[in-house]
Design a protein around this ligand. Structure first.
Ligand SMILES: [Zn+2]
Ligand SMILES: [Zn+2]
Length: 264
């Protein structure tokens, strides 16, 4: 069986999310028979159910949060209830940094009882097994809350997700060392003079140049990034580096094996 990622949202930053200029439902990943919902932000359940064909939360094996910011976690309790048939069928897993469970928790205590397994993600750790998938975490990103990159491995395919983070050469080297086939990066900002805890487009390009995945996919766009035309930027990067580069849009579904094979 093949692997795929479906973008239930490609918006980031408060303004884009608040106005839903792009949706914010996170990613629905399939690795063989294993299904994982990553970063279910505002509208995640609605986007999952209204996709054609619909994603079925009762088939989910796990929900994974890269970090607890609202645009990545607001629907986590809703998806837990949907995954567990309203709490009547105890199943599935929730994996998230520990501050999603203890300090100002976003995963509500009542909902935790509905799932079979709760896992506090630690930096540079794993593999955490989710069905047939091995998940390992990156080192802790520089971001306002505990944030980890997520590395998924299944049947020889390696998929890395770089969520929100301040750029550093260590960050790029950390992802390069994992040699992902597919690298999904959140690029909130187009350009910025001030140092912020998010990647800008030039810094995202620097990460891709360092990691050199077979396929780079960009999402989680802020207003200025959207105005800068992500598909045009991705094409320019692809021409420059020779790395397949894709700007995600809401509802985009990527067949990962096919993409990686075509890029090889
Ligand atoms: Zn975010
Ligand atoms: Zn964040």
């Amino acid at each position: 069986m093949s692997s795929s990622v479906l973008f239930l949202g490609t918006g980031g930053a408060r303004f884009v999310v608040a106005r839903q200029l792009r949706a914010s439902g996170g990613m629905w990943m399939r690795f063989g028979a294993t299904q994982i919902h990553v970063d279910p932000g505002p509208g995640a359940l609605v986007r999952a159910l209204s996709h054609v064909p619909p994603c079925n939360p009762r088939e989910l094996d796990a929900i994974v949060l890269s970090h607890k910011h609202l645009d990545h976690s607001s629907d986590v309790n809703v998806i837990i209830e949907a995954m567990t048939s309203g709490g009547f069928r105890r199943r599935g897993a929730v994996l998230a940094p520990s501050d999603a469970f203890d300090f100002e928790p976003v995963v509500l205590p009542y909902a935790r009882q509905f799932v079979e397994r709760i896992e506090c993600l630690q930096p540079n750790s794993g593999p955490y097994m989710i069905g047939e998938v091995e998940l390992t975490t990156s080192s802790q990103h520089v971001h306002a809350v505990q944030t980890y990159g997520l590395h998924f491995a299944h049947a020889g395919l390696r998929v890395a997700y770089l969520p929100c983070a301040r750029y550093s050469d260590d960050l790029a080297a950390d992802y390069a060392a994992r040699r992902p086939d597919v690298l999904i990066l959140n690029v909130l900002r187009h350009r910025d003079e001030a140092l912020v805890d998010h990647l800008t487009w030039p810094l995202a390009c620097r990460v891709v140049a360092e990691v050199r995945p077979k396929v780079a996919v960009f999402g989680h766009f802020g207003t200025k990034m959207l105005e800068a035309d992500p598909p045009r930027l991705a094409q320019a990067l692809e021409d420059e580096l020779g790395v397949r580069a894709i700007a995600a849009y809401d509802g985009l579904e990527l067949d990962l094996e096919t993409l990686v094979a075509a890029a090889a």
